[in-house]
Design a protein around this ligand. Structure first.
Ligand code: ADP
Ligand code: MG
Length: 263
């Protein structure tokens, strides 16, 4: 699905990605974990062909960059982030926003067939948003917007679905709801390969079979999620001793010294 080899990306003489190598195979779902500014979004921008690395090889869905039509490839990649929320017209209905995913456009300018409307509605139903279909996008909640944007991304049946910090700004309940729907997408065997980006360890659902830990533009470690989210590895990753607790197959962490100081 993705093969990145020794990628280097720099801006203003600063290396933002330093020799990053990463492979994602079909059947895997990956989490990209890293603190703010560690280069996660930059790596995704490379994979989407929005920016071009100075060095290294990038291959996505069998397309080797430099020998492929990037706009065509992008149609097979769904992308959801809280930063794209503002791009949509507040007065468009939820159904229009979802349908626009078919054309990768902001706003709906093309004729849509009935079967496409039905398809959009069935995706909204799966994400429990069907009731919102005639509401204006501008008036729904943050959590609902994220679900609508996921529905929009699914409209083109992408092979790869990238979720860049989709739970940012959500309260606890809205976050857990969104995670539940993400899990549902992951469980569909004919669904897309998921790449989930976060800096919160507890958001890593059991469906994310693999994790890539990024620190300061470098791959700190990568592999099977269970092996990555150990106390030893996370303490070394955060450069701070952490205590790990596993609940409902998810890993929750606390900084060790802070807990001790409070005692
Ligand atoms: N266009 C840019 N110009 C200069 N610096 C950038 C640019 N984009 C990202 N950076 C820098 O690269 C680093 C990684 O950014 P980013 O990939 O957005 O991190 P993350 O998504 O992990 O929070 C940050 O230090 C950021 O300031
Ligand atoms: Mg980011």
């Amino acid at each position: 699905m993705i093969n990145v080899e020794n990628v280097i990306f720099s801006r203003n003489n600063k290396d933002i990605l330093k020799n990053v190598s990463w492979s994602v195979n079909k059947g895997e779902h990956w989490c990209l974990l890293g603190l703010n500014g560690s280069g996660k979004t930059t790596l995704l921008n490379v994979i989407n062909g929005y920016i071009w690395p100075m060095k290294g090889k990038v291959e996505v869905l069998g397309n080797l960059f430099g020998q492929t039509n990037i706009p065509e490839l992008r149609k097979e990649i769904g992308w959801v982030s809280s930063s794209i929320q503002q791009k949509f017209n507040e007065t468009d209905t939820v159904l229009e926003v979802v349908l626009s995913g078919k054309f990768a456009s902001i706003g709906l300018y093309e004729h849509v067939e009935n079967n496409e409307i039905e398809h959009a509605k069935s995706i909204l139903r799966m994400l429990n948003c069907e009731k919102l279909q005639f509401q204006n996008y501008g008036v729904i909640s943050q959590g609902e917007r994220q679900r609508v944007l996921i529905a929009r991304a699914l409209m083109s049946s992408p092979k790869l679905l990238i979720l860049d910090e989709p739970c940012n700004g959500l309260d606890l309940i809205a976050r857990e709801q969104l995670l539940k729907y993400i899990e549902k997408i992951a469980e569909n065997p004919s669904g897309p390969t998921l790449i989930y980006v976060t800096h919160h360890v507890e958001e890593i659902l059991p469906c994310f079979t693999h994790s890539l830990l990024m620190r300061e533009g470098e791959v700190f470690s990568q592999g099977a999620t269970q092996e990555q989210l150990t106390e030893a590895n996370l303490s070394s990753f955060f450069q701070h001793p952490v205590a790990v607790q596993v609940q409902q197959n998810r890993t929750w962490i606390a900084l060790k010294e802070y807990a001790e100081e409070r005692r």
